[in-house]
Design a protein around this ligand. Structure first.
Ligand code: ADP
Ligand code: MG
Ligand code: ZN
Length: 479
């Protein structure tokens, strides 16, 4: 990339976590037998009347508030006309002229820099069904279970300039919608998917070049790789003096290439018009006020707060914040024990358990509770066990969900911090080693480590080293 600058804008489709579809009462649950979550509305029967899902509007507004958008008091559903077998009505109900939210922004962090990415608009629309092509049967099927599920489309300004920025934007947005609880963000089920638009222009030019739109990007990594490939492709074309064709391209992850899919359609091709079956969406000022008040702490605010609680750098805080359940787990445990110790246990032994066992870094999948975590950290803090013992027993605590206090007691692992219990051992060791005692008292202070070592061996490493030292000094110097 010497002469050219890349310009990237993303369109992200987020499936909203409502129980029912956008315009009917059918369930949105995933994985049911084909065509069982279907009625006359979502199967496009003529004359069936849609009725908007209030929860979906609420969720769209939460997304807009979190991205500092203007919330339009009135927005309009429009028909976007095209034919496809999984769209039985022949049109998608979307928003065109007046979307529910517009003119917002999202701050992202790339390396150490904060960049502000404009959000053009957020609009509501319904999803299509699924076409299933079965090659060995020479047949195609249509499953309408997904038809009519609510989506928001979040359209960014062409404000990004590198594939890494695009990936950071997507991750931030994904974190946001899952934090808000408006989507499960499941990328494998297609509940968070992205089309990436990219063009090149000569460096320093203020004009936008012709763009390609990349579809089928189902992971953060694929978005980044597809954009990297596309920059190279467009660069080659421009350098050979040819022009970029505006088109939609598909990304093939296995081959890591993009391929032409179809010419890019323009808005006029869709013959948008306001849906005559639906009234404008009106948002009441009292609802808007209520929704503003229920906005949770944003992930970036939480990141700053966790930084203050633990004194850890951002990269480590990011690990704690990778999903809401984990952040809640850390926060809950920190109410009862030292946040820095809790964070160290999560970042160290806990993440190691997840990686080794291929377990998601999400407490919903663990047996260990935040109470156990707090207890374990508290036991280290009080000197009941050493950090080393905590590390050694972590696997058992994590995989079996044992209570650390009971476990340590039953296994006899508690550190001996009780003076009288240690006094006896120390007296015995001094008696057994009279020559060393004499040498120590004659000034050979280096022998202290010898005595400590003897006590540790006698107690199988469970003696509290600070107390052992204190008692040895007392016995050797005073008697
Ligand atoms: P459509 O829905 O037809 O794809 P939109 O106007 O909604 O069109 O824009 C889609 C996305 O493309 C937006 O995110 C926008 O920022 C981005 N975009 C528009 N023009 C360019 C361009 N020349 N280069 C890169 N991205 C662009
Ligand atoms: Mg598009
Ligand atoms: Zn239905």
């Amino acid at each position: 990339m010497s002469e050219y600058e890349a310009v990237i804008g993303l369109e992200v489709h987020v499936q909203l976590a409502t129980h029912s579809k956008l315009f009917c009462a059918c369930s949105t649950s995933f994985g049911n037998p084909p065509n069982t979550n279907v009625c006359e509305v979502c199967s496009g029967m003529p004359g069936a009347l849609p009725a908007p899902n209030q929860q979906a509007i609420h969720f769209a507004v939460l997304a807009g508030l979190a991205t500092r958008c203007t919330i339009n008091r009135q927005s309009i559903f429009a028909r976007k006309n095209y034919f496809y077998p999984d769209l039985p009505s022949g049109y998608q109900i979307s928003q065109f002229d007046l979307p529910v939210c517009e003119h917002g922004h999202l701050d992202i962090r790339v390396d150490a820099n904060i960049r502000k990415i404009g959000i053009t608009r957020i609009h509501l629309e319904n999803d299509a069904g699924k076409n299933i092509h079965v090659s060995n049967e020479n047949a195609s099927y249509v499953d309408l279970n997904r038809a009519g599920t609510p989506l928001i489309e979040i359209v960014s300004e062409p404000d990004m300039h590198t594939p890494a920025e695009a990936a950071a934007y997507l991750k931030t947005l994904h974190g946001l919608v899952t934090y808000l609880g408006i989507s499960d963000g499941n990328m494998e089920e297609g509940n968070f998917r992205c089309d990436a638009n990219i063009s090149l222009r000569p460096k320093g030019s203020g004009k936008l070049g012709t763009r390609a739109e990349l579809k089928n990007l189902n992971s953060f990594r694929n978005v980044q790789r597809a954009l990297e490939f596309e920059i190279g492709r467009q660069e080659d074309i421009l350098e050979s003096g040819k022009e970029i064709i505006q088109e939609t391209r598909l990304y093939d992850a296995a081959k890591n290439i993009t391929m032409a899919m179809r010419g890019k359609e323009e808005a006029q091709d869709y013959r948008y018009f306001p849906d005559p079956d639906l009234l404008p969406v009106n948002i009441l000022p009292e609802d808007l006020e209520k929704w503003k008040n229920e906005l949770p702490e944003m992930p970036w605010e939480r990141s700053v707060r966790f930084g203050k609680m633990t004194g850890l750098p951002e990269a480590e805080i990011d690990v704690l914040l990778q999903n809401k359940n984990l952040a809640d787990f850390f926060e809950k445990a920190s109410e009862k024990s030292d946040p820095h110790k809790i964070a160290a246990l999560i970042l160290g032994p806990l993440m190691r358990e997840c990686n080794a066992g291929n377990i998601p870094p999400d407490p919903a999948f663990w047996k260990m509770t935040s109470e156990s975590m707090a207890k374990l950290a508290g036991m280290i803090e009080k000197g009941l066990i050493s950090s080393k013992i905590a590390n050694d027993i972590f696997h058992d605590l994590f995989s079996m969900g044992y209570d650390p206090e009971i476990y340590v007691k039953e296994k006899g692992l508690a550190q001996i911090s009780d003076d009288s219990a240690l006094e006896q051992t120390i007296e015995q060791i001094l008696q057994e080693n009279p020559k060393e005692v004499e040498a120590y008292r004659a000034g050979k202070k280096k022998l202290m480590s010898f005595f400590v070592g003897q006590v540790m061996r006698a107690t199988k490493g469970k003696a509290n080293p600070a107390i052992v030292n204190k008692l040895l000094v007392k016995n050797l110097e005073e008697n």
